[in-house]
Design a protein. Structure first.
Length: 256
């Protein structure tokens, strides 16, 4: 009888382990599909994710190789590229109405700021996200969107060690790379309503755009002067260079 009880206990333990492993595998794949599907819909660009891992026991996880493509009309292969990002969440909240994420840490993202003096790729991305989420208005989601818009609470969100590649198409393809100031957000979705993945994407992208344009604004003058020295197809006078720089500065001013 004791042997039978031991065998039953072992069988139950094995079954629980198999269920957890199966759920974890399904969850990993579901997160990958969700990021690529919802991300592509929000940004109206191709979003790809190399892989995602999540431990239901510890609540820790990692994503690898997240790439957000550029909107149509821009030449750079991607707008945002993230090698790795880590997160730590409350495991039991995965089965609740609101998933509680204790921390998200994005390490060393590479962001491309590309402009033709009329518009820039990050601004276009932000406009796409605003259009997909109804801007400041609360859209009425359909049944599929309701499933994909589970509420979140993010206690701590950090982006550190980022780089911004500034590419000015109007200046003979001149480019330079500058550091992206660290971004730190706290208490996102802390209220009872939480925050959706779309709202989180919009808020983070807005800050990335703000910091990237500020970083770009401090370097366009030098790029303009360098471009005048490297090509005969651009205006020859310093005055013309200043006009170009002023045009870029106007483009980079935050929209009110």
């Amino acid at each position: 009888m004791k042997k039978l009880a031991v065998r039953i206990l072992i069988a139950i333990v094995v079954l629980v382990i198999l269920v957890l492993v199966g759920l974890a595998l399904f969850l990993d794949n579901a997160v990958k599909r969700g990021v690529e599907t919802v991300g592509s819909k929000l940004t109206q660009t191709e979003v790809t994710l190399q892989g995602v891992s999540l431990s239901l026991m510890s609540g820790s996880g990692k994503i690898k190789g997240l790439v957000v493509g550029n909107p149509s009309g821009f030449k750079s292969p991607s707008a945002i590229s993230i090698g790795t990002a880590s997160l730590d969440l409350v495991p039991r909240s995965l089965f609740a109405d609101k998933v509680i994420i204790k921390s998200i840490n994005v390490q060393a993202p590479e962001i491309t700021f590309e402009t033709d003096l009329k518009e820039n790729n990050l601004g276009k991305l932000q406009a796409n996200v605003e259009a997909a989420t109804g801007g400041s208005k609360k859209p009425t989601p359909n049944s599929d969107e309701k499933k994909a818009s589970k509420k979140l609470q993010v206690d701590d969100f950090q982006i550190t060690g980022g780089k911004v590649l500034i590419s000015l198409n109007a200046l003979g393809g001149q480019s330079t790379t500058v550091n992206l100031p660290d971004i730190h957000l706290q208490g996102l979705g802390a209220g009872p309503e939480g925050i959706t993945s779309a709202e989180l994407t919009h808020k983070v992208l807005q800050l990335i755009l703000q910091h990237a344009t500020e970083a770009a604004a401090g370097n366009v003058s030098q790029l303009a002067k360098s471009a005048l020295n490297l090509t005969n197809s651009l205006p020859k006078s310093v005055g013309d260079a200043e006009k170009i720089t002023k045009g870029i500065g106007d483009l980079l001013k935050p929209k009110k």
